[in-house]
Design a protein around this ligand. Structure first.
Ligand code: EPZ
Length: 433
């Protein structure tokens, strides 16, 4: 089982100098691979995933699947798993507490076996993150639910039945989980106000290639004609799509600290909201079909109003890195975080570094810029804010120490190695005690 050493990042900042040069290669998308791994439970044959990032969330998902008997083999960037008898229907409690995405296992597990038990999932503390959408969806498909000893117990001994499900709020994992449940149900399921994220489309497309009957991916109404039994077709591989959030994070870093940065192996089509926002701020980029070059001649960025939104809007997962860029833009910027209610708390720490930000309420903040940032001791509160701290530390003057980097390791593969290769002064150091 996967265990984590206690480590920090020590970063020497460039004091605003834009001197990073070279290529930042984007890996496979965490939030796509996690769901396709979970989909292995829908199959009677093994499946193979390539371009899988070697990050902690993926390792936890693999541990969860192995605990269910899936026999996963993770070699380099390839995972082979599934095709085995599912040996239990109860999700491992410790692992589920570590990973919000553990919830996506409930859809295929309930659909395949007629039962699942699980605790409330854990993950980054960025808001309340309820699971009502999942429970209501399963109930509509005929599952009985009871809560006992800190666990949800769901059963549908005669199989799930197709249903019409309206999502009161677009939910990425909610859509993916009920989509997977619907593939094996009997009858037709209609998911209304479904999420449009590329990761949802990519999962759905993989399932279609394996024989599932799904229409409307990438639109708010997805229709699934249930197969009434498992997917069995052999030899279907899944190539993980590029991680748009990793690409966007490097793009923002390139804007702030890059002399000549090439972000390669990415999918710029999935980043339109980000590149359009950066253009509006004054950033010049060369956008190709699979790469973006930031060649930083422009000295001044303009302040903007930034509103996060479900895809294709500006991703909430890039809101914190973007705030760092806004501390260096001229004028007053406004951030409106519409998806989560606890995703601006990192701003206090940026203020300690010298930023001038003001929290208006749980969803809204003002940022006045530009303000020089200085080195600080920074405690990552979650994955994306942790990455924002790395960016802030890299452009600050002096030394910063970023703590709680286990959050960052959840979603960014070898981040320090990639950044060192373009000239960043960042080191991973072990800390005792
Ligand atoms: C996914 O989380 C991503 N995680 C998140 O990535 C991402 O921030 C988020 O989508 C939004 O894009 C994975 O894909 C594993 P939601 P998810 O359900 O699915 C509310 C990262 O850093 N809601 O789309 O958990 C919820 O509170 C992360 O990689 C309910 O009200 O998010 C939120 O306000 C973190 N009831 C909104 O919906 C529910 O039952 C959207 O959340 C479920 C969600």
């Amino acid at each position: 089982m996967f265990k984590k050493p206690n480590e920090n990042f020590v970063i020497e900042g460039s004091a605003g100098a834009r001197n990073l040069t070279g290529e930042l290669k984007v890996g496979g998308a965490k939030n796509a691979a996690l769901k396709v791994l979970a989909s292995s439970l829908l199959f009677t044959d093994p499946i193979k995933l390539t371009n899988v990032p070697r990050i902690d969330d993926i390792k936890i998902m693999i541990d969860l699947l192995n605990d269910l008997g899936q026999n996963a083999d993770f070699n380099d960037k390839t995972v082979r798993l599934g095709g085995k008898k599912i040996t239990k229907t109860s999700l491992n409690e410790d692992l589920s507490h570590k990973l919000r995405a553990s919830i996506v296992l409930t859809g295929p597990l309930l659909g395949r076996t007629g039962g699942v038990s699980f605790p409330h999932p854990g993950g980054c503390v960025i808001g309340q993150r309820p699971i009502d959408i999942f429970l209501n969806g399963f109930q509509a498909m005929g599952a009985k639910i009871h809560y006992d000893q800190n666990k949800y117990h769901l059963s549908a001994p005669n199989g799930l039945k197709g249903a019409r499900i309206f999502f009161p709020q677009q939910s990425v994992t909610g859509t993916e989980t009920l989509l997977m449940a619907a593939v094996l149900a009997s009858g037709t399921t209609v998911l209304d106000n479904a999420a449009l994220e590329p990761e949802v489309v990519s999962l759905g497309q993989f399932l279609i290639n394996a024989g599932a009957k799904i229409h409307g991916l990438g639109t708010p109404t997805i229709t699934v004609s249930g197969l009434g039994g498992p997917l069995a077709k052999k030899d279907h591989d899944y190539q993980t799509i590029p991680d748009r959030i990793e690409a966007g994070s490097y793009l923002i870093l390139g804007a702030l600290a890059g002399k000549d940065i090439l972000i390669s192996h990415c999918e710029p089509r999935h980043l339109t909201a980000v590149t359009e926002t950066l253009k509006q701020m004054g950033l010049k980029m060369n956008i190709d079909h699979s790469s973006i070059r930031v060649n930083n001649e422009q000295p001044e960025f303009r302040a903007i109003n930034l509103k996060t939104h479900e895809y294709p809007g500006f991703p909430t997962d890039l809101q914190a890195p973007m705030a760092v860029l806004l501390t260096q833009a001229y004028g007053q910027s406004f951030i409106f975080e519409t998806i989560f209610e606890n995703r601006l708390s990192y701003l206090d720490t940026l203020n300690r570094q010298g930023a001038d930000t003001m929290l208006l309420d749980a969803h809204r903040a003002l940022i006045n810029g530009p303000r020089p940032l200085k080195g600080e001791s920074l405690d990552s509160p979650d994955l994306r804010a942790g990455l924002a701290y790395i960016i802030a530390a890299l452009v600050a003057s002096g030394r910063s120490i970023v703590h709680n980097i286990h959050y960052i390791d959840r979603g960014y593969e070898k981040v320090e190695k990639k950044l060192q290769a373009v000239g960043a002064n960042i080191k991973r150091v072990s800390c005792q005690g």
